[in-house]
Each structure stands twice: as C-alpha cells, then as structure tokens.
Design a protein around this ligand. Structure first.
Ligand SMILES: [Cu+2]
Length: 449
C-alpha cells in the first residue's frame, strides 16, 4: 500500500477531496486540486536525478506517485473558476481546479502513466505537444484513440525519451476547449544534472480569452478579437513577478496557445533561445535577442545570467496585448476639443469627465467606476506613479542575495543615487562640468573608407 510519505512533494496549498488513505478510488492516484491562482513554490525532486524545478507563474506542479518504477499522475478535466486578476473571475474549463492545468514535471528516461478523468460536459482527449511517443498515445480524438466520454477515465503511458519544454492540450472539440482554457505545461528535465543547469526556471503559457466586461464565460467562437491577453490565464497586474537572485542563471520557457504570435520582450538584458518544443538549441546555432517571437503552437525557452540588478519589464511587444478589456471600442479623441460637449453632458451627469483628449494615459491614473467583474484597460501602480499596463506584462526583479527557494515579491527596486532619470532644471550636471564637456554637440559627417 502507498502511504502519505510516498506522494512526492505534496504542497501545503493543495486541496484534496479525499484523504490519501482512501485513494483506492479504484487504485487511481489522488487527483490533487489547487484552490488559488497564487504562484506555488516549486517541488524539488526527492528521488532520481536532481534538477531545478520549474516555477509556473500563477500555477503549480502536479504531485505524482511512483508505482513499480512508473511515475503516475492524475489529471481531471473539469469546469473551473479562475481569478484572472483581482476583481475578475472567469468561468473556464481546465484541469484539477485551475486553468492552465498543473505543470507536469518529470525526468528524461522516466516512464509516465497519466490518468485523465473527464468531468467536462462533453468528450475530450489530451495531446502531449512535442513529445516523442507511440502513435496511439498522441491524443488526437478519432485518429489515435476514441474520444474520452464525459465521466470516463483513460490512461496514457509512455517513456520520456527526450528532455525539453512541452505542453498538453485537448485534441477534441479543440477550438472550444482551448478557448475555454484547457492547456498545461509538461517539462522534462535532462537525466544528466550537469546538462544546461539553471538556478531559476520560469514557465508560462500565452493564452487569450474574449470575455465581455461584466460577464464570466469566454466567447468561444471568437477568431481574432480577444480582450484578455494572458500568461497562464492571468493578466497584469495579476501576473506574478519573476523573482531572481543576482548572478543566477535563469531560464524562461514560454508556449503560445493563442491565435496570434507574441513578441516577448524583456528589458535590461540580451539573451539566447536555448530550447524550443523541438529540443535544445546547440550553442553554435544560437543568436542574441532582446525580443523573442513566439509563434502560434510553439514554445521557446531563453536563458540569461542575471548580472544587472533592478526591476526589468517583461511583456508582449504588441502594445494592444498589454491592455485589458475595458475601453478598446472607444473612438480616438486626441486633439478633439470636448469643452462644449462636456458642458452639455454635465447638465445631465454632473460628474462626467471627458477622457482621451491628450492621449489615454489619464485612464491609468483614474479610479473610474467600471462594471462588476472586469479590469480597466490600463492599470497598476508603481513606485513612481501609474504603470498604465494590462494583459501580457510583468516585471523581472533581480536582487542581491535572494535565497534559492524564495520567489516572494521583494517589492520595488530602489535606484542607487544618480542612476535614475531626473528632471532637467537648467543646471549643467556636475559630472558633465567636471569633464568640460561641450553643451552642444555638432554632428560631423561620417568618413568612409
Ligand atoms: Cu502579444
């Protein structure tokens, strides 16, 4: 009999519906459920090769048990309530209480057995994206297996023949089920702990929803016009920061299950793609980048040495993807004089305040009344004022001396004196005076040859 100690890495935040002793739910491994959208401390391996576990932003790792040498996991496909950010809930479909589902983590050479219980109102399957496995385990409903009917449990079992960055999602009413949030990460660590080791390993999936302000269920027929651009079904300011200790070797793994590409841009560093969902990138095949385009249905992992302390923005470079739901449909008022109109409207609604005449930044600052269950288009407050962001945006926080398993938010970075942009008030800065620099620089024509 298995006992509590044999569940590897069970974490305190896991909610279980039944006690482990009673799990002889026909011999199935316990299906752990996560109740919160907070980032969970990763699970360090307690047996087998050592590895640095991945930190799933606003997510968690699925515990497993070992049964005669096989790692057994239990995924439950089911409707879930996901907090997209504080103030907004979405009714999605996912796995084990959350969307995305829990991250599955294992090691190259492992044999895994994954039980999938379908608690959705319709059939489903699970496709293991990027994995090398037998055709019958590929999870394409109708092609590789019958769809898993509602209420049934199917078993997938295969060897992890290569390490890398993978994901899972349904291949069964795929458009609807992915638009509802069904997806998860599958990370396979190298069996040789000396191969490409890192100190911090972050992972998230890009996903998108179309949820009208004030409503809860995504419009699943939407093809392109989404209003929630998410990382792991979260939007800024609900996305956890990526907390890093100075000089750590850091990997960031990103997968894209939206309907468009996302150029993920990180400030403060240059870096290289070291892994795709096809495998590891040989050192001689890499090139430096500061933005990495993540194509649809693809994954990219990049790495850097965290040499530079600070708060470094990380975001999708499509500027509409760093905005939230409210306000996308309003016309452009830049340059429009709304004085006369404002006076007329104020007769009916004394608190009316026109917006947008000088740009949209005032939206980030104002505490407007908005409908229940939605998030303003741009929001967030930093140490120097409104951040005016939303959607696919977070901050990489690099600090000296953060201990190995500490991912808690260290707060905002204090720029050392003299290293922050300042207001020019007419005095020549001291350093410039000392060097005797000219106040005016005349460009010289370039010499060729
Ligand atoms: Cu984007």
């Amino acid at each position: 009999m298995l006992n509590r100690r044999q569940i590897l890495g069970a974490s305190a935040a896991l909610v279980s519906t039944t006690a482990w002793a009673k799990t002889s739910n026909m011999g199935l491994p316990e299906a752990a459920v996560m109740a919160t959208a907070e980032t969970q401390t990763p699970i360090r391996p307690t047996s087998g090769p050592d590895y640095t576990p991945v930190v799933t932003l606003n997510g968690w790792t699925l515990p497993h048990r070992i049964n005669n040498g096989i790692k057994e996991f239990h995924l439950v496909a089911e409707p879930v309530e996901r907090e997209v950010a504080e103030g907004m809930m979405a009714y999605l479909w996912g796995y084990n209480g959350q969307s995305p589902g829990p991250t599955i983590e294992a090691v190259e050479g492992d044999r895994v057995r994954i039980f999938v219980t379908n608690k959705l109102p319709e059939h489903t399957t699970v496709h293991w994206h990027g994995m090398i496995l037998p055709s019958g385990m590929d999870g394409v409903g109708g092609v590789s297996q019958p769809h898993i009917p509602a209420g049934k449990t199917y078993v997938y079992e295969f060897d992890l023949v290569k390490s890398g960055t993978f994901m899972y999602h349904p291949h069964s009413d795929e458009m609807v089920q992915m638009a509802m949030g069904m997806m998860g990460l599958f990370i396979v660590h190298p069996k040789d702990p000396a191969f490409m080791p890192v100190d911090r390993d972050f992972a998230f999936l890009l996903n998108a929803f179309d949820i009208d302000p004030g409503s809860y269920v995504p419009k699943v027929m939407e093809m392109t016009d989404f209003n929630m651009w998410c990382w792991n079904s979260r939007i800024f300011p609900g996305i956890s920061p990526l907390v890093v200790s100075k000089n750590d070797r850091v990997r960031v793994r990103v997968g894209n299950l939206t309907m468009t590409n996302h150029p993920i841009h990180m400030h403060g560093y240059d870096f290289e793609v070291t892994c795709t969902d096809g495998g590891w990138v040989r050192p001689e095949a890499r090139w430096p980048e500061v933005s990495i385009d993540i194509p649809v249905g693809a994954m990219r992992a990049y790495e850097f040495d965290a040499k530079y302390e600070g708060d470094w923005a990380i975001h999708c470079h499509k500027s509409h993807h760093t905005m939230n739901a409210m306000g996308h449909d309003i016309p452009t008022f830049i340059g429009v004089d709304k004085k006369a109109l404002t006076q007329k409207i104020r007769k009916l609604q004394p608190e009316y305040m026109p917006m947008g005449t000088n740009g949209m930044a005032d939206m980030g600052e104002m505490e407007m009344e908005i409908p229940e269950n939605t998030i303003p288009m741009m929001t967030g407050w930093g140490p120097h004022g409104p951040i005016e962001m939303g959607g696919m945006f977070s901050v990489v926080k690099v600090r000296e001396g953060i201990s190995a398993d500490d991912y808690s938010d260290p707060g905002w970075y204090e720029n050392p004196p003299g290293t922050q942009a300042w207001e020019w008030t007419g005095d020549v800065p001291d350093a410039t005076k000392a060097k005797g620099a000219k106040t005016q620089i005349t460009p010289k024509p370039m010499k060729h040859g």
